[in-house]
Design a protein around this ligand. Structure first.
Ligand code: B3K
Ligand code: ZN
Length: 896
């Protein structure tokens, strides 16, 4: 008996993957759900009454009803049609509750559970943050509240009653409309909420707390007046205005661009300090990480403001792409996430500078998603299996997913894309659907054949696109030969060619765009960008009537998420940098140029050869900086163009990667540029320094440019520059400038002002947890020698809290992601630090630990010694008893 129990335990412990191919529709529908929460300090009791309807025809054998659950949930009662169920009629395991033979006709199931939100450190399900109750149910948190068919294709109408102490929790919120409320004996009160829109459990939310609120309203285009409320802690009430402005702009934009209106009379946002990710789109009750709500110019940077604008929009847009039309199963996550990221990117592009937004998005894709696609966690945007779904909220599903959606728009045109979206909603409103349904709507609405597009959903890995060109002066033709291939990824060796749009322009010698005619295609007159539909392994495209040898601008606006190589010369690139009408490709030309230089220097540094700067690149950079002098200059673009490819990006291209060598080469280039362009940089910095803080687009761009110059100048290690940075730090009237100045000093080991500035910042802001995240992150990412010791000290600092995800992401994430030379220190101290802290975090929060352990996944990329040390950490972690499924999945896949 004892031994078989032990075996059962072992089997339960080995996490099992779930496969897309095993999907089956549920046997039972949940028409209505009535939840009843009695919130308590010791225990919270949850009543859950479900109207259950079999989906299969009557007769035949009864089918079991499986309800997901969690070991932290205590089952206190099961009733069927008002009668308590005998213990022999159900089976309870760690994973859930099976009712073995439920009635064959519709019935009422009542489950009562007891939970302890105050002990919930995973921050999934119902938990407490700063003394308030809140929830996070996506992907599988609802099962930590009650037993339920916790899967997105089970959609029900929810009614939620909340009872709690009135003094402690004056605000009681859930999804939908408030239909009842009142006082009760014993200092308690209650509210009842009804959500008329059927939804999966992952969109359920509850908040109970002592919160302040700001309110505004929005009238939809068909005249519905919507109350908009943002709840924050009382002392933060002055910091929620930008989130409200962003919400109103999003609501208007979705009406204007997609014709989509809000569908209830109330929309709530609640900000909480302890939150695993950014925010959550629960129906009419979005819950946000407070860092994505709270902002004043003194406490938040321009980047924080953009992030708030983008994420408020993202969560709001989910109301249609995610909530009204949801996912059939979690493998389809990109259906809602890729699409909603695409929508928020477009919104931010319309609100700000479109080209600069695109450049930022692509830079992020390259820095984070390309590496994932090349490593052991590579997966298609529609994964085929998972152990822990939370591990698949990835840059691949989100950002590559958004690129895939963008390709429909590029292939079908803006109007064609809108037609596809309209048909998608017409067909699927109120349903839980698949990525295939989305593709079908796009194809059918446009009468297009998109079969060749399908591999984007099933193939992992970043396709390589190679383009060679030839000009025939006699025939006046310009021929482009394109070849594609997708590298092997874990479990996928046989890759098919995939349909990709390649947007191309041809530049004449005066820098203007030529009008294009493609052989075999009737072109629209005056077209200067052509979208090639490239779908074979290799294909040739011929432009006719090309009067002179052009310089081609290939993959404009980054029209497909691929690694591009071309036969463009350095001269061509410099020409494109100066002339391309496509802003993205103007930036890209500079990146290609500096990337090549850097890679060459990395090779030289690796061999111990002398490093020599290419004067052509210094001149090209000087031209870029000098653009700032021109009237109407796009300063945000100039700042972007001045940034060199990161050490992380370079390490993807060097085998094996030696972080010290890469650092040395890049440092050399940045220092040389700073030295050569010192006068221009100083002038530009000063010219863009304003008397007073303003938040309009032009002022923000000038601020970015000024701080980019300061960052470059700080590489000079010049006492005068340090003194200027310190002066700027002390006199800054806004967080963007203050943190930029601090950042310029924080990497400078031997500068006298460094410590003073760090301490002064702490004294000034120690009362504000969000600003403390910045303070931790900045120090964690500094390229100071032996910085791991500083980071270890900071773990014990009162500003750090291992239970708070933001703090962990800032300090641990900042160390791993920000400072390759320290994380990859040759003595292994960085690896040891990460291994130790991952195990500590994992005891509290597996999801957060899994994100941090990701620092080890690319271990095979490095030299042998580093490989061994990283692998040793992975092996130590995977052997640890009681490891979370989250960390187990990442670590075991990394070792495969
Ligand atoms: N849908 C949520 C993410 C949930 C993450 C679950 N681990 C936020 C978003 O993408 O909008
Ligand atoms: Zn989302």
């Amino acid at each position: 008996m004892a031994s078989s129990a032990a075996t059962a335990e072992k089997v339960a412990e080995a996490p099992k993957p779930i496969y897309l191919k095993d999907y089956t529709a549920p046997d039972y529908r949940f028409a209505k759900v009535v939840l009843d929460f009695e919130l308590g300090e010791e225990v919270t009791v949850v009543g859950n009454t479900i109207s259950v309807e079999p989906t299969f025809a009557a007769g035949g054998d009864p089918r079991p009803l499986f309800l997901n659950g969690d070991p932290t949930v205590e089952l206190a009662g099961v009733e069927v049609n008002g009668t308590a169920l005998d213990a022999s009629a159900y089976v309870l395991t760690k994973k859930g509750l099976t009712i073995t033979a439920p009635p064959a006709a519709p019935f009422e199931l009542k489950i009562t559970t007891k939970i302890k939100p105050q002990e919930n450190t995973e921050l999934e399900g119902l938990y407490k943050s700063s003394g308030n109750f809140c929830t996070q149910c996506e992907a599988e948190g609802f099962r930590r509240i009650t037993f339920y068919q916790d899967r997105p294709d089970v959609m029900s109408e929810f009614t939620t009653r909340i009872t709690a102490d009135k003094a402690k929790y004056p605000v009681l919120l859930s999804n939908g409309n408030l239909v009842d409320s009142g006082d009760l004996d014993g200092g308690k009160h209650f509210t009842v909420w009804e959500d008329p829109f059927p939804k999966p459990a992952y969109l359920f939310a509850l908040v109970a707390g002592d919160l302040g609120m700001i309110e505004d309203k929005f009238t939809t285009k068909s005249g519905r007046e919507v109350a908009l409320r943002i709840y924050v802690e009382e002392h933060n009430l002055d910091k929620a205005d930008w989130a409200m402005v962003s919400l109103i702009k999003s609501m208007k934009w979705d009406e204007d661009v997609f014709g989509l209106e809000y569908d209830l009379d109330l929309f709530n946002i609640v900000a909480v300090d302890d939150f695993n990710m950014g925010a959550m789109e629960n129906k009419s009750l979005n819950i946000f990480n407070s860092r994505l709500v709270l902002a004043t110019p003194q406490t938040a940077t321009d980047m924080d403001y953009s992030a708030i604008e983008g994420v408020v929009a993202h969560e709001y847009f989910h109301n249609w792409t995610g909530n009204r039309v949801t996912c059939r199963d979690w493998f389809q996550l990109s259906l809602k996430e890729g699409l909603t990221v695409y929508r928020d990117q477009e919104f931010s592009a319309d609100m700000n500078s479109r080209g600069v937004k695109r450049i930022g998005d692509v830079a992020r894709l390259r820095m984070a998603q390309f590496p994932q696609d090349a490593g052991p966690m590579a997966h298609p945007i529609r994964p085929e299996s998972y152990i822990k779904m939370d591990n698949f909220y990835t840059v691949t599903v989100y950002e590559k997913g958004a690129e895939v959606v963008r390709m429909y728009e590029t292939l079908l045109g803006k109007d064609g894309f809108r037609k596809g979206m309209d048909l998608y909603f017409e067909r699927h409103d109120g349903q839980a659907v698949t990525c295939d349904d989305f593709l079908a709507a796009m194809a059918d609405a446009n009468g297009a054949d998109l079969t060749a597009f399908k591999p984007w959903y099933s193939q992992a890995g970043t396709p390589k696109l190679d383009v060679t060109t030839e000009y025939d002066a006699a025939a006046k033709t310009f021929t482009m030969t394109c070849t594609q291939s997708t590298p092997t990824t874990p479990g996928q060796s046989d890759k098919k060619p995939v349909l990709m749009p390649i947007a191309v322009g041809l530049l004449a010698s005066d820098g203007s765009d030529m009008e294009l005619t493609l052989e075999g295609e009737a072109g629209a007159a005056g077209e200067t960008t052509k979208v090639l539909r490239f779908s074979e392994a290799s294909q040739t495209f011929v432009f006719t009537d090309v009067a002179e040898k052009p310089v081609p601008s290939i993959l404009r606006n980054f029209s497909a998420p691929v690694r591009l190589s071309t036969d463009l010369t350095q001269e061509d690139l410099i020409f494109l940098m100066a002339n391309d009408s496509d802003q993205f490709n103007r930036w890209e030309a500079g990146q290609t140029l500096t990337r090549a230089l850097l890679l060459d220097l990395v090779e030289k540094a690796g061999k111990g050869e002398e490093l020599v700067m290419d004067q052509a690149i210094v001149d090209a950079m000087r031209n870029i900086v000098n653009l700032a002098k021109e009237k109407g200059a796009d300063k945000a673009f100039i700042a972007r163009a001045m940034a060199l490819p990161s050490e992380g990006e370079l390490s993807e291209m060097v085998v094996p990667a030696d972080p010290d060598v890469i650092h040395a080469a890049r440092d050399f280039v940045v220092k040389t540029l700073a030295k050569e362009l010192k006068e221009e940089l100083l002038w530009t910095m000063r010219d863009n320094t304003s008397e007073k803080y303003e938040r309009d687009g032009e002022s923000r761009a000038a601020r970015t440019l000024k701080n980019t110059c300061l960052a470059l100048l700080s590489y000079l290690e010049d006492p005068e520059i340090d003194a200027e940075a310190f002066r700027r730090f002390k006199t800054a009237d806004n967080m963007t400038d203050q943190i930029s100045a601090l950042s310029a000093l924080s990497g400078r080991a031997d500068c006298v002002e460094r410590e003073e500035a760090i301490d002064a910042f702490y004294e000034q802001w120690k009362h504000d947890p969000l600003i403390m995240n910045k303070w931790l992150g900045l120090q964690a990412g500094a390229s100071l020698p032996n910085n791991v010791e500083n980071v270890k000290r900071l773990v014990d600092h009162p500003a750090f809290d291992i239970k708070n995800p933001n703090k962990v992401y800032s300090l641990v994430g900042g160390f791993v992601g920000g400072t390759p030379i320290n994380f990859h220190a040759a003595d292994g101290s960085g690896y040891e630090f990460l291994g130790d802290i991952v195990l500590k975090i994992d005891k509290l929060n597996g999801g957060v630990a899994a994100r941090m352990v990701g620092g080890f996944t690319r271990w095979r990329k490095y030299d042998e010694k580093r490989q061994e040390m990283m692998k040793a950490q992975l092996e130590r972690i995977v052997k640890t008893e009681g490891l979370s499924e989250n960390v187990f999945e990442i670590v075991s896949k990394s070792l495969e």
